[in-house]
Design a protein around this ligand. Structure first.
Ligand code: MSP
Length: 509
């Protein structure tokens, strides 16, 4: 049973048949933001990502590259690590399914399922898609292709089966008892109707290729790549050692974030495997949508794959993070377009957030000798801004509790808007001569509002937020959400601030 303050979030592990693209970067960025928020909010976080290195697809890619499978995966896995480094991802671990710790754990799970008579030997005859690494029933095919559009091949081979059919009712009960297990809600309905449609036993081993984890005591078979891959979420915590740290602290996972295309594996197969092995299923599967590029489906053959490193290079890391997390509600599909990206950078970041920070810091610099002014008597408008910032924390927490990342950002940007309107209405630049005491109160109220805003934007835009907090003189040790509202953490009047430097430059074409 996991301890109350522990929080475990995972990305899918990425197939290494391909170089990293925006889809990988997106899931990882979202998880990074979720992990950073939970840490900031005082949770003990474990954030896992990694690579999925077995299966026919990878075996074929290695052969095409003229390399041994292991040498090939060593090379490509490194690119995923590199991407995580370049994106300043704060993962606590990076698991590769070719590691000994993982293989041993998968074999242990297999043995446990065998011991409980959840796996039996039979023969598989049916359709298989290498691209999806998925079996399909005849009835699921659309015009001779997988429902995903991937080609399928007829496979007939001895195979072990997992008794998935017998888990239909327990799974439906489980979804019923855990209404937030699958988010967003529309996806939950899809999962439930799929399960209601009837489940067949699942083929969980293959004999027609070699690149996988051998089935214990039957080395002609390798374990089906999805049973292998899903287990990473536990082997990274030391499974089968369920009594040891960190398994005891962090299992069950709080949230597995996945793309909508791999929901079935996570929301149906995975809890079934776990229930069958007497283990607790994760608390939540969150399925996000897919990105298109300028309105077009992203595909290698169209040559429109978006390289996340190029985005970062061109627009900046925080800007890329902001765009991807703000542009569409997390869970929906989204379209990447250069115009939309530049619009978000210039409108939201430069004009709204950047401008608020810049105006206030520049006025403090110019009109208060660079020292935080001492607030005096407050008016209703000051209090209303401060109250809005006080209630923002709960709104953001509530949104983050259901991974509503864009909703959290919208709420934050509403306060930024309110801050800008307050500056315009109070016109502190004009108060310097007419009412300096009032100017001091207005600028202090604004600086304090910006402190809170920057605390909350840290998980989304870590660098820019840190630079804003630096410019407000907020100590490194006072940047967690514990410091959001307490009086002792508020900005200290009289403190000398560094010369302000803009953090959100306009993007000029
Ligand atoms: N290896 C499996 C996952 C195993 S998890 C136990 C896998 N890997 S993948 O590399 O193909 O995909 C990783 C993720 O990238 C998926 O969550 C997928 O949804 C996501 N994306 C791939 N293309 C995408 C877009 N165009 N847009 C957004 N995400 C997309 O599946």
């Amino acid at each position: 049973m996991c301890s109350a303050d522990a929080f475990y979030v995972t990305t899918p592990i990425y197939y290494v048949n391909d170089v990293p693209h925006i889809g990988h970067a997106y899931t990882t960025l979202a998880c990074d933001t979720i992990a950073r928020f939970a840490r900031l909010d005082g949770r003990r976080v474990w954030f896992l990502t990694g690579t999925d290195e077995h299966g026919q697809k990878v075996e074929k890619a290695a052969a095409a590259a003229g390399l041994e499978s292991q040498a090939f995966t060593d090379q490509v896995a490194e690119r995923f690590r590199e991407l995580a480094r370049r994106m300043q991802i704060t993962n606590d671990d990076f698991i590769r399914t070719t590691e000994a710790r993982h293989k041993a754990g998968v074999q242990a799970l297999w043995r446990e399922l065998r011991r409980r008579d959840q796996i039996y030997l039979g023969t598989y005859a049916g359709w298989y898609s290498v691209r999806d690494e998925s079996f399909y029933a005849e009835s699921e095919l659309v015009g001779g292709l997988a429902p995903t559009g991937a080609p399928v091949e007829w496979v007939e081979e001895p195979s072990y089966f997992f008794r998935l059919a017998s888990w239909q009712e327990p799974l439906l009960r489980f979804y019923e008892e855990h209404p937030d297990f699958v988010l967003p809600a529309a996806r939950r309905n899809e999962v439930i109707s799929f399960v209601k449609g009837g489940l067949l036993d699942l083929s969980v081993s293959r004999t027609s290729f070699r690149w996988g984890i051998p089935v214990p005591d039957d080395p002609d078979h390798v374990i089906y790549v999805w049973l292998d891959a899903l287990t990473n979420y536990m082997t990274a915590l030391g499974y089968p050692d369920t009594d040891g740290e960190p398994f005891r602290s962090f299992w069950p996972a709080d949230v597995h974030v996945v793309g909508k295309d791999i929901l079935r594996f996570h929301a149906i197969y995975w809890p079934a495997f776990l229930l069958a092995a007497g283990l607790e299923p994760p608390r939540r599967i969150f399925a996000h949508g897919w990105w298109t590029n300028e309105g077009q489906k992203i595909s290698k053959s169209l040559g429109n794959v978006i390289d996340p490193l190029q985005l970062i290079e061109e627009y900046g890391l925080d800007q890329t993070r902001y765009f991807l997390l703000r542009e569409v509600p997390f869970g929906n599909d989204g379209d990447f377009s250069r115009a939309a990206m530049i619009n978000r950078m210039n409108r939201d970041l430069a004009n709204d957030y950047g401008n608020l920070v810049q105006r206030v810091l520049a006025l403090i610099q110019r009109n208060c000798g660079g020292r935080l002014p001492e607030p005096g008597v407050t008016t209703a408008s000051d209090r209303s801004l401060l109250e809005a910032s006080a209630s923002l924390l709960d709104q953001v927490r509530a949104a983050m509790a259901v991974q509503a990342l864009s909703r959290a950002l919208e709420a934050i940007f509403e306060l930024i808007g309110a801050g800008n309107r307050y500056v315009d209405a109070e016109a502190p630049w004009a108060l310097r001569r007419t009412d300096p005491a009032r100017m001091a109160t207005v600028l202090y109220t604004l600086a304090e509002t910006i402190r809170r805003l920057a605390l909350l934007t840290q998980p989304f835009m870590p660098d820019a937020s840190a630079r804003i907090l630096d410019q407000l003189g907020v100590d490194e040790g006072a940047r967690s959400l514990e410091h959001y509202q307490i009086a002792a953490a508020a900005l200290r009047p009289g403190a000398l601030l560094p010369k302000p430097v803009g953090v959100f430059p306009r993007f000029a074409e």
